[in-house]
Design a protein around this ligand. Structure first.
Ligand SMILES: [Zn+2]
Length: 344
């Protein structure tokens, strides 16, 4: 199989590609970020395959794509859920941000997707049988019954390879109250997803049942911190542009923000329980910029757009002598940061 063979095939069987894409995108719809099953997802062409040559040229320019960009290659493919696929036609300004984020992520994952598809192609019969189980539609009574009867044996077998290997992720959403910022209008506040393995679920139970903590109360101020950090950092990113001339940036407005807590760990340091939260964010922000004009005789109005992805963390301490729900929460820190800045 050559590299070019790993492509979407119209009218063909794309189930291996879809399974690998789902795995690489962590079983989530790229648009809403929610975890989705194989049967509830499709492979989406980020830049629509229906685009004319002229539209494609515009899109390539808009998203800084290479001339060899291939509509059917993993660099343009991502899993989308049925609901988002239906809604996708209502493209809004937010849509451009989602697209920018998704294209940069797809580009990063491209070589891993290709390698995984090739590995599968040279795999055993077993891989093919497992793919059938993954693709099984549990809405069908007989399929569901078979799954309920025999799948636990697979989980048990998997656990023989190592206890952690049979772990699974659960997903909850915590709804936050609206927040207001003096800098500008009401900010759009995302709901926070909690995407947790066994250790994280235990930590969450301790937080709720032992420390008497409400997840919403705990996360709300941290998300507020994160938003401020994002806005400051984006402003700094814009103002670091000095070519061709210096830029001054106004406050960055958030058009999209997805926040997911991916691990919660805990340690006991007598007389304190310390919880460490780690999460990731995807954001799209827009700011008004002014740039000195080239000949130095005035200023030009510009618009800056930025798609950022990254990770953050914070700690929360609960003392055994503290009241229920009273936690000492540390500052939110951004750890990884990757941004794609565009000034027009
Ligand atoms: Zn979706």
């Amino acid at each position: 199989m050559t590299r070019e063979d790993v492509r979407y095939r119209n009218g063909g069987d794309n189930s291996v590609l879809k399974m690998i894409l789902l795995e690489q995108w962590q079983y989530r719809c790229y648009m809403c970020g929610r975890p989705k099953d194989f049967t509830d997802t499709q492979i989406d062409h980020l830049i629509p395959q229906s685009f004319s040559a002229a539209e494609l040229r515009v899109a390539k320019k808009q998203y800084n794509l290479t001339s060899s960009f291939d509509l059917h290659s993993p660099e343009n493919l991502a899993p989308i859920c049925s609901k988002c696929n239906r809604d996708k036609s209502n493209q809004t300004f937010e849509g451009a941000g989602v697209m920018l984020l998704a294209l940069s992520k797809a580009a990063k994952l491209r070589s891993d997707v290709i390698a995984a598809c090739k590995r599968f192609g040279s795999g055993t019969q077993l891989s093919k049988h497992l793919l059938r189980s993954i693709a099984a539609d549990l809405a069908q009574t007989k399929t569901r019954e078979a799954f309920e009867t025999y799948a636990p044996a697979i989980v048990q077998k998997l656990a023989l390879l190592g206890e952690g290997k049979a772990d699974f992720v659960t997903y909850h959403e915590v709804i936050l109250d609206e927040m207001h910022s003096d800098d500008f209008h009401d900010i759009f506040i995302p709901d926070v997803g909690l995407s947790l393995l066994a250790r994280g679920r235990t930590a969450m139970s301790i937080l709720q049942d032992v420390c008497g903590c409400q997840m919403g109360d705990l996360l709300q101020p941290r998300v507020h911190d994160l938003i401020e950090l994002l806005q400051n950092r984006v402003r700094h990113d814009f103002e670091s542009i000095t070519e061709p001339t210096r830029i001054n940036a106004g406050p960055a407005e958030i058009f999209r923000l997805q926040v997911t807590i991916e691990t919660i760990d805990y340690q006991r340091y007598e007389p304190v329980l310390e919880f460490t939260f780690q999460g990731k964010f995807d954001a799209y922000l827009v700011a008004s910029l002014v740039q000195d004009s080239l000949n130095g005789d005035g200023i030009q109005d510009r618009q800056g757009e930025v798609a950022v992805t990254g990770t953050f963390s914070f700690t929360a301490d609960w003392s055994f002598s503290a009241q229920q729900g009273s936690l000492d929460i540390g500052e939110c820190t951004i750890e990884e940061w990757s941004s794609q800045v565009d000034v027009t």
